[in-house]
Each structure stands twice: as structure tokens, then as C-alpha cells.
Design a protein around this ligand. Structure first.
Ligand SMILES: CC(C)(COP(=O)(O)O)[C@@H](O)C(=O)NCCC(=O)N[C@@H](CSSC[C@H](N)C(=O)O)C(=O)O
Length: 320
């Protein structure tokens, strides 16, 4: 059977309804932009994985892996570099500053407190220092959540149109679904596990009780972002692979296909320790690698953002 062709980006937005909260997200973004000079450096950091609901009243969904570490840690580094940050993140994924106390090895929320309900002495300094940093940067950080790939695409397009300027950077670390169930094909109610209980029009479970998934490709929104929505901004996308043999080729292909400024390639299993930066200008691959020793007291995002912000300075001075 012929693979379904991806909807052209504009058609996607005609056929898949906007999230109910989109107008409020746009208002929040406008208000955030209005509280600062328009030529101040700003970055949209996307973070976490998008989900693909299988029913409108969602019981089942397909998720994209991402803890949100890359995005949340990068957001912190951008703030330290004087950027304002719009953090478009998967709801409940890791967040700047808070991330240091969530999903840490063998430590749960209540482990930070003693029997009297006070913060345990041994964690007090860390918590106080993170709290003061979160306070210091709170006015420079706008937190905007998404859940589904549809939430993400509508939000990205709306924010991009407001941000489009050469002092703005797009740092696309979110793990975005490549396949989805178009709104017109989405069953309204929970798919029944036994075919005799489901409305024949859903046809998701066959006679042998197998769940048959029929997903369409997500439109290649990166092209629209580069050529239209944010054509004045510097755009950094991430290429995620699990097979090392594919990484460089796929990252170069993305750069060629979309004509944006940077692709950061990473392998799922080594993403905390090494990435490769490929730019439209340089032919060579620029690897950023950190040792296990360095990783004890630093994050790779410190080195990534150091590199990326230097490139953005150049980009802005060339008055692109
Ligand atoms: C998700 C991770 C690996 C971080 O992990 P955590 O720290 O655990 O959060 C991130 O570094 C990354 O590669 N993010 C990007 C992953 C991704 O989905 N990249 C897309 C490109 S952007 S999705 C755009 C669409 N497919 C298109 O081509 O237009 C891809 O590889 O294909």
C-alpha cells in the first residue's frame, strides 16, 4: 500500500483544530515580549517529547522519548548568557532549576525532608542556591507547556510568528513525532479491545483482536519555520539517531533539506556526553565531547550553549 503523503503544512492547520488554550499562549508570549526591549537576545527552547493520541478521549497514545534534560539544562545556560528564554516544554517533563531535584538517582521528594517536615540539612545549600537562581531569572523565563504533537505544532507556529527577528534563536530540542493520527481519522472514544464492541467505522481492531495502527507522516514543519514563520531568525535543530552510522548523513541531509543554520546530531545512548554540530558554513563536523570526570561537575549543555551563542553573535553581527 502506498505510504500516505504528508499534508502540506498549511493544510495540516486547516484539518487539525488548534488547542483550546492557544489564544492564551499567544497572549502570554506577547506580554512576555512586551516587557523587554525588542533587540534583546531571546531564544525559543523546545523540550521534551510530543505525544500522539490514538483516541480523541485519549486513553492510549504513542510517546516520543525525551526526559527534557537537554532542553531544561540548555535553558539554564541561555539564561546565564543573558538570553530571555521561552521554554516550550512537554508538560511534567524536566524544567530549568527544578530538574536538579527531580528523577535524581534513589532520591524522592520526601527524602529531602526530615521527620519534622523541614528540609534536611544536607540538601539545604543546594536547594537555597537553586532557589535563588530560579528567583533571579524568573522574569527572563516564560514556561509554556504542550502535550500532543498538535499542541506543539500550533504553538511553534504561533510563537515563531511573534519572535521572527535576527536577535531570536530557535533551539529545537523537543523530540517531535514523525507520525500521527489526523483529527479526521481519530476515534472519539476508547478503542475497544474486542472488535464486536466497537463501532465498525473505527475498524482499529481486526477479527484476531490485533490493534491496527494507521498513522500519517507529520508535515515537515522545519521547512516552513525556516522559509516562512521565522525566516529572520537563527534556527538550530537536533537530529536524534540510535545508529551511529546514520548520524552524520542524516544530520547533513536535514541541513541541506531545510537550509537552516545548525543541526546538532546526537545518539540516544551517548547524548549526555557527546554531540556533533554541523553548520551551513563549515564543511567539517564540530564534535563536543565531555569525559565522565567532567560530567561529574558539568553538563554538556554548558559547552553546547557556549558554542551556539558565539555563532549567534556572529549571525546577528552579519545582520542576517
Ligand atoms: C531528545 C534529545 C535526545 C534529548 O534527550 P533528553 O535530554 O532526554 O530530553 C535531544 O537532544 C534531541 O535529539 N531532540 C530532537 C529529536 C528529534 O525529534 N529530532 C527530529 C528533527 S526535529 S522533528 C522535525 C520533523 N521530523 C521534520 O523533519 O521536519 C529528528 O531527528 O528527525
Amino acid at each position: 500500500m502506498e505510504a500516505a503523503a504528508a499534508l502540506p503544512e498549511d493544510k495540516y492547520f486547516q484539518e487539525n483544530p488548534k488547542p483550546v488554550y492557544l489564544d492564551s499562549l499567544i497572549e502570554q508570549t506577547r506580554a512576555f515580549l512586551n516587557t523587554h526591549d525588542k533587540d534583546e537576545k531571546i531564544v525559543l527552547v523546545t523540550s521534551g517529547g510530543t505525544s500522539v493520541p490514538l483516541e480523541s478521549n485519549t486513553v492510549r497514545f504513542i510517546d516520543n522519548f525525551s526526559a527534557g534534560t537537554r532542553g531544561a539544562s540548555s535553558a539554564e545556560q541561555f539564561l546565564f548568557k543573558g538570553y530571555r528564554v521561552i521554554f516550550l516544554h512537554r508538560e511534567f517533563s524536566l524544567q530549568p532549576f527544578n530538574r536538579h531535584f527531580i528523577r535524581t538517582k534513589n532520591l524522592n521528594f520526601l527524602d529531602y525532608f526530615n521527620a519534622e517536615g523541614q528540609i534536611d540539612e544536607k540538601y539545604l545549600d543546594d536547594i537555597k542556591s537553586m532557589k535563588s537562581m530560579a528567583e533571579k531569572y524568573k522574569d527572563a523565563l516564560l514556561m509554556l507547556p504542550f502535550t500532543t504533537v498538535n499542541d506543539y505544532l500550533w504553538s511553534l507556529r504561533s510563537i515563531a510568528k511573534l519572535l521572527n527577528n535576527n536577535n531570536a534563536m530557535f533551539y529545537l530540542a523537543a523530540a517531535v513525532s514523525d507520525f500521527y493520527v489526523p483529527y479526521g481519522k481519530l476515534p472519539e472514544h476508547k478503542i475497544q479491545s474486542r472488535s464486536e464492541f466497537q463501532d465498525k467505522s473505527e475498524g482499529k481492531v481486526n477479527k484476531s483482536g490485533q490493534l491496527i495502527l494507521d498513522l500519517d507522516p507529520v508535515p515537515k514543519f522545519l521547512r516552513k519555520l525556516v522559509q516562512n514563520w521565522a525566516n529572520k531568525s537563527m534556527i538550530v535543530s537536533f537530529k536524534l539517531e540510535t545508529d551511529e552510522d546514520l548520524l552524520i548523513t542524516k544530520a547533513k541531509q536535514a541541513l541541506k533539506n531545510y537550509n537552516h543554520q545548525l543541526v546538532i546530531g546526537n545518539i540516544l545512548s551517548t547524548r549526555h556526553k557527546e554531540v556533533v554540530v554541523l553548520s551551513e558554513e563549515e564543511e567539517s563536523e564540530h564534535w563536543i565531547k565531555i569525559s565522565d570526570e567532567t560530567l561529574k561537575n558539568h553538563s554538556i549543555e554548558e559547552f553546547i550553549i557556549e558554542d551556539i551563542t558565539k555563532r549567534h553573535e556572529k549571525w546577528m553581527s552579519n545582520d542576517n
